[in-house]
Design a protein around this ligand. Structure first.
Ligand SMILES: [Zn+2]
Length: 500
């Protein structure tokens, strides 16, 4: 049991996070940064590895060269006005319908298709990219927000597994543990506190710099600085909606697996708010609810306090950018770009595919089939994400052979996604072709450059075919190379052993 460490972490995260008004700087942030060449972040792992791992995440990356070119063009204009020169920043589009954008230590900027879909002018696109570009230019990823979120997810998953054990055992402690239930309850409250205060002070400072230096870059590139505000307003709107309907996004297989292991396939785990001493089953459910929330609102957790950010951005812009505030956002430029056939098809078809996935989850197979078929009509036929969605429909219909064909059509494509390989391996596994399934997983592991989050899947698969030595060496490799994934890997190792 490692509850003590968890409580320590709660205290650490909790301190310095009291809600306070932040001051607007006494001049434009850009004036405080001297002209210099971009220095790569120390945690950079290489652009190709970074991209491969992104393809291994969720529904992967959208193959959209024309869209990327448009976005890179805007990024170039923003970079021209930056005091930090020659950053190898590049934009990629992620196949996700959620609001979100993220920047890695390799200066890759990943923008969700769902976010782009909500924007109304090129200036708003520029505002999103300017904010992300600052994260890259200033090496904010060296205190890695993304990895920190992942670590929190794993921390939670470990607690959830431990709680699940206890729920399964009727509340009894695991052998060898001497912690009474009351302590568990206290720790639960601590965990709740941690979950509610997801905005460490250092993170807020970085976000403010990204917003304000972002405004500076917008102004220098000739865009309306007002776009930073309207984007934040859109984000606020999205956060409200996300909070109103907590549900799994299906973008994190690790968490999906956990959710399934805890509640089977029931879709809406009841919210249990533990304001009085909770019973263990409620604790399990609440943790689950929070894990689900942590995936759907990850943008909110890394970019805390949107209202406060809005206030600071508005004040800053009106103080230093009176002229740039009055510019008219270029709605036509964005409209024109979205009207080109290739890009229009991508927006329309992916949105159908995402909707199909929701219908499938809701058990509406007929509607799901219709939408998923539309999602793969025309140029997106072999795109990994829409093909995966249609394959999921086929699997649900018992048409495994058709699903296999769809999945295989994406292998080695311009933007392969790990989830199509995993789904294909699952079908093979269920059909008794365990060796073929494992071969496919090993191939995926190579092609996606050994993504750390994939280790637990591999470890489970090795156990399934009795290659326990390979499982053990994978656990060791996972622990030494990616210490943050150590627990998930050990857990996968123990799961399988006890199941065998
Ligand atoms: Zn940010």
């Amino acid at each position: 049991m490692r509850y003590d460490r968890i409580v320590a972490l709660v205290v650490l995260f909790g301190s310095g996070c009291a809600v306070s008004q932040r001051a607007v700087p006494t001049g434009p942030v850009i004036n405080t940064i001297s002209s210099t060449a971009y220095a790569p972040a120390s945690s950079a792992k290489g652009k190709d590895i970074d991209l491969a791992w992104q393809r291994a995440n969720g529904c992967g990356v959208v193959p959209a060269p024309a869209l990327e070119q448009y976005l890179d063009g805007i990024l170039g204009k923003l970079q021209n006005g930056s005091p930090i020169h020659n950053a190898p920043a590049q934009v990629h589009v992620l196949a996700s319908h959620d609001w979100g954008a993220t920047t890695t230590a390799d200066a890759n900027i990943y923008v969700n298709l769902g976010l782009l879909d909500q924007l109304e002018s090129e200036d708003e696109v520029a505002a999103v990219l300017a904010h992300e570009l600052v994260h890259a230019l200033r090496n904010h990823n060296d205190s890695d927000v993304v990895e920190d979120l992942q670590r929190r997810a794993f921390l939670l998953s470990r607690i959830a597994f431990e709680v699940k054990d206890r729920v399964d055992n009727g509340g009894a402690e695991k052998k060898g543990s001497s912690k009474p239930d009351s302590l568990l309850k206290n720790e639960w409250y601590g965990l709740q506190a941690n979950m509610r205060i997801l905005s460490p002070a250092w993170n807020r400072t970085q976000e403010q710099e990204a917003d304000l230096l972002g405004v500076d870059l917008l102004a220098a590139a000739g865009y309306c600085t007002c776009a930073m505000r309207t984007v934040l307003q859109k984000q606020q709107e999205w956060e409200k909606q996300a909070a109103a309907q907590p549900q799994t996004t299906g973008t994190d297989p690790q968490l999906d697996a956990l959710v399934n292991s805890l509640v089977g396939n029931s879709k809406n785990a009841e919210a249990a708010t533990p304001n009085t001493a909770p019973d263990l089953k409620d604790v399990g459910k609440s943790i689950l609810k929070n894990i689900i929330k942590s995936t759907t609102t990850s943008m909110a957790s890394t970019h805390p306090d949107t209202a406060e950010r809005l206030r600071v951005v508005a004040e800053y812009s009106s103080q230093y950018y009176r002229e740039a505030e009055q510019r008219t956002p270029a709605a036509d430029a964005l409209k024109k770009m979205r009207g080109t056939k290739e890009i229009k098809t991508i927006f329309t078809n992916y949105s159908r595919a995402f909707e199909a996935m929701d219908k499938l989850r809701d058990g509406n197979a007929q509607e799901a089939e219709k939408l998923a078929s539309l999602g793969t009509a025309g140029s997106t036929a072999k795109h990994s994400c829409p093909a995966y969605v249609l394959a999921s429909v086929r699997t649900a219909q018992g048409k495994q052979a058709e699903a296999m064909k769809l999945l295989e059509s994406t292998f080695g494509s311009a933007e392969p996604a790990l989830l199509t390989y995993k789904e294909a391996a699952k079908i093979q596994m269920q059909g008794g072709k365990t060796k073929e399934a494992l071969a496919l997983l090993e191939r995926a592991n190579r092609e996606f450059k050994e993504p750390p989050a994939f280790f637990p899947d591999l470890i489970r698969a090795y156990h399934k075919v009795g290659r326990n030595d390979d499982a053990s060496s994978a656990v060791l490799r996972c622990a030494t190379k990616y210490p943050r994934y150590e627990d998930a890997c050990r857990q996968a190792n123990e799961d399988k052993r006890s199941a065998n």
